[in-house]
Write a protein that binds this ligand. Structure first.
Ligand SMILES: N[C@@H](CCSC[C@H]1O[C@@H](n2cnc3c(=O)[nH]cnc32)[C@H](O)[C@@H]1O)C(=O)O
Ligand SMILES: [Zn+2]
Length: 430
């Protein structure tokens, strides 16, 4: 049995109704075995965590990690221009190895800023899975599928290969979904096929929805429906777990259509702000009982994968939209970035809160900083004052991936060398 004891930290379990307390966490064989005020157990390794907060690792519910290679390459453009003129041409050059190193760069940033699991939609997904396996992080992976041309079933075959070959790998760290890219890139016929397959095999779906006004106009012109109505009519919300990214432009009846859905919405506030997309109806969705988690989207648009930036942006945007600072308080935003995102990835039975029996996915945040003193309200301090750089230790499945800000599984010099060279080749002349 492999054991780890974390001593003397402020523990935030994120279990509804539980107050923060000073205590210890004993981890055995990758799971939280005991958590409480004072634990006397032998352990292979002890971390003295005085002045640190232990909380569940953050869960990034929508990402394209490999796009970290395209960070700060093409900013301040409209989404459709950005995608068609910059991202897609650069992505067309990406090899399997580029995706491996791009993903590893993204994972390094996530581990360094306290993210322990992410949902990813991209291409060359076996390379993404290998990067997840090698780094020790947890992920829900999907091969994003654009159906704008007949590819003889190639994309679908790749998507199913990922599911068949990688589901459950890395001691269960890898899970998988099917990923039709978006309403505007998926016509009814292929999309219906994906939905039927997902229902038959009970595979969750991951899709972009209603990100821009232009998307709404396109779908209106083609089908005389809102993007949400389009997915609903094809049967997507009938007995299938669906992870919806963005969901910015929903009207009242769209929100009503999502009522009772399995899965929910990944809110991506920084990307939505930066692309000028709009403010998602987070409060209305939550009031309708829809699960709302949080993600960054790729660093190609968001420019950072720091979930602490998303937490701040999410609450600020709701407060501004409603002209009311009581909307989306600190604790609710932290829940969105942990347990609610875990529900979207369908891994909330294993992670998302600190409880005995769950997988040990947690982070330690160093409070010994000028901007984190004094500690009146720990939720407010973490949501409004902390940044990813305050994360000291990142643990997934009981394995230490970063300690005292030093990577334990990744080799930073090698990542830097590979990512730099590959990134400049991808954008040359674009
Ligand atoms: N191009 C592939 C599908 C890739 S899936 C992931 C895609 O999502 C794209 N993407 C990244 N961010 C966004 C976003 O905010 N909205 C829509 N698409 C995005 C990304 O550039 C990438 O091409 C195919 O032909 O099958
Ligand atoms: Zn996206």
């Amino acid at each position: 049995m492999k054991t780890l004891l974390i001593k003397d930290c402020m523990i935030l379990t994120m279990v509804e109704g539980e107050k923060p307390f000073l205590g210890d966490i004993w981890i055995a064989d990758g799971r939280i075995a005991k958590i409480g005020p004072s634990i006397e157990e032998e352990a292979d390794r002890v971390i003295l965590a005085k002045n640190r907060v232990a909380m569940p690792g953050l869960i990034n519910a929508h990402n394209h990690a490999s796009m970290s290679l395209l960070r700060a390459f093409s900013d301040d453009l409209k989404l459709m221009d950005w995608l068609d003129k910059k991202m897609l041409p650069a992505e067309a050059r990406m090899t399997r190895e580029d995706v491996y190193w791009g993903t590893t760069l993204g994972i390094a940033e996530m581990i360094a800023s306290g993210t322990t699991a992410f949902a990813d939609m991209y291409v060359h997904m076996d390379a993404v899975a290998q990067a997840v396996l090698d780094s020790g992080i947890r992920a829900s992976l999907t091969r994003g599928m654009v159906f704008l041309e007949d590819d003889g079933g190639r994309r679908m075959a790749e998507a199913l290969n990922l599911i068949d070959n990688w589901t459950g790998a890395g001691d269960g760290r890898i899970t998988t979904m099917l990923g039709p890219h978006a309403p505007y890139t998926c016509p009814p016929e292929p999309l219906q096929g994906v939905i039927e397959l997902a229902r038959k095999r009970q595979i969750p779906l991951h899709i972009h929805l209603a990100e821009t006004i232009e998307e709404g106009e396109k779908i209106r012109a083609k089908y005389d429906q809102t993007p949400t109505e389009y997915l609903h009519e094809l049967g997507m919300f009938h007995d299938t777990h669906v992870l919806l990214a963005h969901a910015v432009h929903l009207n009242e009846s769209d929100v009503a259509l999502l009522r009772g859905m399995r899965g929910g919405v990944a809110h991506n506030p920084v990307s939505n702000l930066k692309l000028g997309c709009g403010i998602a109806p987070v409060r209305e969705l939550i009031e309708a009982g829809v699960t709302v988690g949080m993600g960054t989207d790729g660093a190609g648009s968001a420019t950072t994968l720091d979930m602490f930036a998303e937490i701040k942006a999410a609450t600020w945007m709701q407060k501004l939209k409603h002209g009311d600072p009581t909307v989306l308080p600190a604790e609710a935003a932290l829940r969105m970035a942990t347990i609610e995102s875990a529900k979207l990835l369908a891994i909330d039975h294993e992670v998302g809160t600190l409880e005995a029996g769950k997988r040990a996915d947690l982070i330690l945040i160093d409070l010994d900083k000028p901007h984190l003193l004094p500690v009146h309200d720990i939720h407010a301090l973490l949501a409004y004052s902390a940044t990813g750089a305050d994360v000291d230790t990142t643990i997934v499945n009981g394995e230490i991936l970063m300690h005292q800000r030093q990577f334990q599984t990744l080799h930073w010099e090698e990542i830097k060398r590979e990512a730099t060279a590959r990134a400049s080749r991808l954008v040359e002349g674009l």
